[in-house]
Design a binder for this molecule. Structure first.
Ligand code: HXC
Length: 257
């Protein structure tokens, strides 16, 4: 697939997807999402890639789903094409994904960021679910993931008023893991991704799966799941390597085995 809405690069073991529709503040058209899906599928299949970063521009991570594309959509069309289902590739990606967000992350833009494993925010980031102002509500997980991330009071206020949250409030509320100067955002996200990619990939993927399980189950079942996966890790060569390296005071060399 030829990409016209995203730029795809690899930085050693890190796959980088830059949303690149500057004239529309990276509005998430069907074509853009198809390109993201394609790039993610390739990164998932690439044994050398251990972590993925999705970013936008300094002005906008993404200002939402493409309103011009949506405005004349009908209910049967939305239903038949299962509108939004194409986005699930991001949420279902098994490798770790970081969203590096500067500028606007609105509507589907915030939802795309929340589908990633964590968000690093530039200090100029602005998050919001303004869909209600367009006569709709969030449709790509905003009412669910935002509520789990920041709690009912703030999520409800944001979804009902459409107000934006700045980076400080987003960090205070638990929506983002860290704030960095917007000019250093990509460098920081790539460095963080490289740290993750230096770990054992199967162990990192099992860790991601276990953290995500906490959103889907009870504490007792989640703890049981964690324990089963933890026990299974002792069947990997990377566990032996990691612990031997500690004891021998050297850097581990993980082989993804
Ligand atoms: C299509 C968009 C767009 C969008 C911006 N543009 N957001 N086009 N879809 N979501 C376009 C504008 O039409 C304009 O194009 C150009 O990008 C620059 O935008 P401006 O508005 O001129 O920029 P600015 O004045 O700086 O304002 C920035 C902004 C504003 C505050 C982010 O653009 C804005 O409010 N955008 C919409 C935000 C939004 O409502 N998002 C939710 C979308 S619904 P022209 O051609 O005029 O230069 C959604 C539903 C999700 O996401 C449900 C599931 C996917």
């Amino acid at each position: 697939m030829t990409y016209s809405n995203i730029i795809v690069e690899t930085h050693d073991k890190v796959g980088l997807i830059t949303l690149n529709r500057p004239d529309a503040l990276n509005a998430l058209s069907a074509q853009l999402i198809a390109e993201v899906d394609d790039a993610l599928t390739k990164f998932q299949a690439d044994k050398n890639i251990g972590c993925i970063v999705i970013t936008g521009s300094k002005k906008a991570f993404a200002a939402g789903a493409d309103i011009k594309e949506m405005q004349n959509k009908t209910y049967p069309e939305s239903y038949l094409e299962n509108f939004i289902s194409a986005w699930e590739t991001v949420a279902e990606c098994r490798k770790p994904i970081i969203a590096a967000v500067a500028g606007f992350a609105l509507g589907g833009g915030n939802e795309l960021a929340m589908m990633c494993d964590f968000i690093i925010a530039g200090d100029n980031a602005k998050f919001g679910q303004p869909e209600i102002r367009l006569g709709v509500m969030p449709g790509a997980g905003g009412t669910q993931r935002l509520t789990r991330a920041i709690g009912k009071a703030k999520a409800m206020e944001m979804c009902l008023t459409g107000r934006m949250m700045d980076a400080e409030e987003a960090e205070r509320s638990g929506l983002v893991s860290r704030i960095v100067p917007a000019d250093n955002l990509l460098e920081d996200a790539l460095k963080t991704a490289a740290t993750i990619a230096s770990m054992s990939l199967p162990i990192a993927m099992m860790t991601k799966e276990s953290v995500n399980r906490s959103f889907e189950t009870t504490l007792t079942e989640g703890i049981k799941f964690e324990r089963r996966v933890f026990h299974a890790m002792f069947a990997t060569a990377d566990q032996k390597e990691g612990m031997s390296a500690f004891v021998e005071k050297r850097t581990p060399e993980f082989k993804n085995k």
